[in-house]
Design a protein around this ligand. Structure first.
Ligand SMILES: [Zn+2]
Length: 203
């Protein structure tokens, strides 16, 4: 993992400075991967696109705020930029903090991941609760994802499986033909065939 000097990002509401890691490059070595596309890789942290100000609570875009690189040690005393929690992601969507379809997809995928219970044990399937908020977000996300774009098919298939729509999951998976995803597809298909809707930690 290669890091640049930390970034100081300023809340557009109250100008409070926050510290953001400046990731130049990373890799997924040693990472943990789940069937919904979420992963944890020590050498590739998920750098947020939105965050909540620790002073005034405003949720703002880290692409649309004043920011500077800093070599000053003082930067490490500042609050650190983190991904908004479930309430923050839902609030960002309600307030339409996003300015494009891609940004809405980003927020809805982060909310979907945050609502999914996931196990850290290989092959283990987590406990799954689909309430109205979960269903609303998943359906809106399905409506935003272009089915003609093959890159979206694994996400679409997993959303259908998470919603318990196993036939649609299976049909969508049949469109994923890339060798690279063979193992991923096999594990989603296996859970689908067993009528399991929760997220699987991939082997
Ligand atoms: Zn603020």
């Amino acid at each position: 993992m290669i890091l640049g000097h930390p970034l100081i990002v300023y809340c557009p509401g109250c100008n409070t400075p926050h510290m953001q890691m400046n990731l130049i490059s990373g890799n997924t070595f040693g990472g943990v991967f789940w069937s919904d596309g979420c992963s944890l890789s020590p050498m590739l942290p998920d750098i947020p696109l939105f965050t909540r100000c620790t002073s005034c609570n405003l949720i703002f875009s880290l692409k649309r705020c004043k920011q500077t690189e800093s070599e000053d040690e003082e930067v490490f005393k500042m609050p650190v930029v983190v991904q908004p929690d479930i309430n923050g992601l839902a609030e960002a969507l309600t307030l339409k903090v996003h300015q494009s379809g891609q940004e809405e997809i980003y927020l809805r995928i982060r909310l979907w991941w945050a609502l999914n219970n996931r196990s850290f044990n290989k092959g283990e399937i987590g406990h799954h609760i689909v309430d109205q908020a979960y269903r609303d977000n998943a359906i809106r996300l399905l409506n935003l994802l272009d089915v003609e774009n093959k890159e979206n098919l694994l996400t679409i298939a997993e959303l259908y499986r998470n919603l318990g729509e196993f036939d649609k999951c299976s049909k969508t998976l049949s469109g994923v033909t890339e060798k690279h995803f063979e193992n991923h597809v096999k594990q989603i298909k296996d859970a689908c065939n067993r009528g399991l809707s929760a997220v699987v930690r991939l082997n």
